[in-house]
Design a protein around this ligand. Structure first.
Ligand code: G
Ligand code: G
Ligand code: MN
Ligand code: NA
Length: 254
């Protein structure tokens, strides 16, 4: 059976699950949230990477169903983290460009939050820079409606889209995630260092927060601290992990 034909079943059978990568606040060193990353444990093919099944789901009209499943898991997990006492924890979920056209998106998001009794500002939706850039009026309206509902928005893969800066004004983003291709080169490349530093300054002057992705060592972490980057995410501060492992890393209550 093809990967695609198995996708609906995979959702029903819970073969598709969510890994959580910690997001660290630079100022406190605390885990203040996580990014939800889809995983497919296929019974025959083993671990199928999202770079394979997400595009397949997009092409075949299955992305809405798949995202509903991932969003439900991620928001449910966050509600349980809140019940364990970590009430400022927030969750970031990746949103495919396709979904921004979907009239059902807003209802999907708000019903999921309501079902798990999670306040909207604890959910961050990540859209890639390429999606944000191509934003036609319809998409901007969808993003504005999401933002007005209290959900936060993040621009993912920032710096990879050969963009004009114009869209940064138009998209109500709360946060910019600097792509790991720049972050990983911080140590060695002067031009990447300048790129990252000026992105942080630009974001701050527009009132947005910054996240550096792909932090793989302490030298890079320290450079980002000097640049006053707000949050970091990367293998050095935490790999994507299952929910119980993430919960173990959160500070225990007395
Ligand atoms: O975790 P990993 O490096 O394998 O993820 C690869 C890519 O898959 C990342 O770019 C990530 O944004 C994307 N991805 C992971 N989970 C989801 C998801 O639930 N929805 C969408 N649209 N993309 C996802
Ligand atoms: O494209 P997006 O930012 O949504 O996806 C994040 C992807 O980056 C995930 O697949 C995650 O596994 C991967 N990732 C997270 N931290 C690191 C890191 O420090 N190094 C590398 N190479 N990949 C990372
Ligand atoms: Mn992402
Ligand atoms: Na990214």
């Amino acid at each position: 059976m093809s990967l695609l034909a198995r996708l609906d079943q995979a959702v029903e059978r819970d073969e598709i699950w969510v890994a959580y990568q910690p997001k660290i606040e630079m100022a406190s060193g605390r885990i203040i949230g996580a990014e939800a990353l889809a995983r497919w444990s296929h019974p025959e093919k083993g671990e199928v990477p999202p770079s394979q099944f997400i595009p397949a789901a997009e092409r075949s009209g299955r992305i809405e169903n798949l995202t509903a499943h991932i969003l439900d898991s991620a928001v449910g997990a966050t509600a349980s983290i809140h019940r364990a006492g970590h009430t400022d924890f927030s969750i970031a979920v990746n949103l495919s460009a396709r979904l921004l056209d979907s009239p059902a998106l807003l209802a999907m998001v708000s019903s999921t939050l309501a079902r798990h009794k999670l306040a909207p500002h604890h959910l961050i939706l990540e859209i890639t820079e390429t999606t944000a850039m191509a934003s036609q009026d319809g998409i901007v309206e969808t993003l504005e409606a999401l933002s007005a509902s209290g959900v936060r928005l993040s621009i993912d893969d920032y710096g990879t889209g050969f963009s004009t800066l114009d869209y940064l004004k138009r998209i109500p983003a709360d946060e910019i995630k600097i792509d790991r291709s720049f972050v990983s080169m911080l140590e060695k490349s002067q031009s990447d260092r300048i790129m990252v530093h000026s992105t942080i300054q630009l974001a701050h002057s527009l009132g947005r927060k910054t996240v550096a992705e792909g932090v793989e060592n302490g030298v890079v972490l320290n450079e980002l601290r000097l640049m006053q980057c707000d949050y970091v995410q990367g293998y050095y501060t935490g790999k994507p992990m299952k929910l119980p492992a993430l919960m173990e890393q959160l500070p225990q209550r007395e």
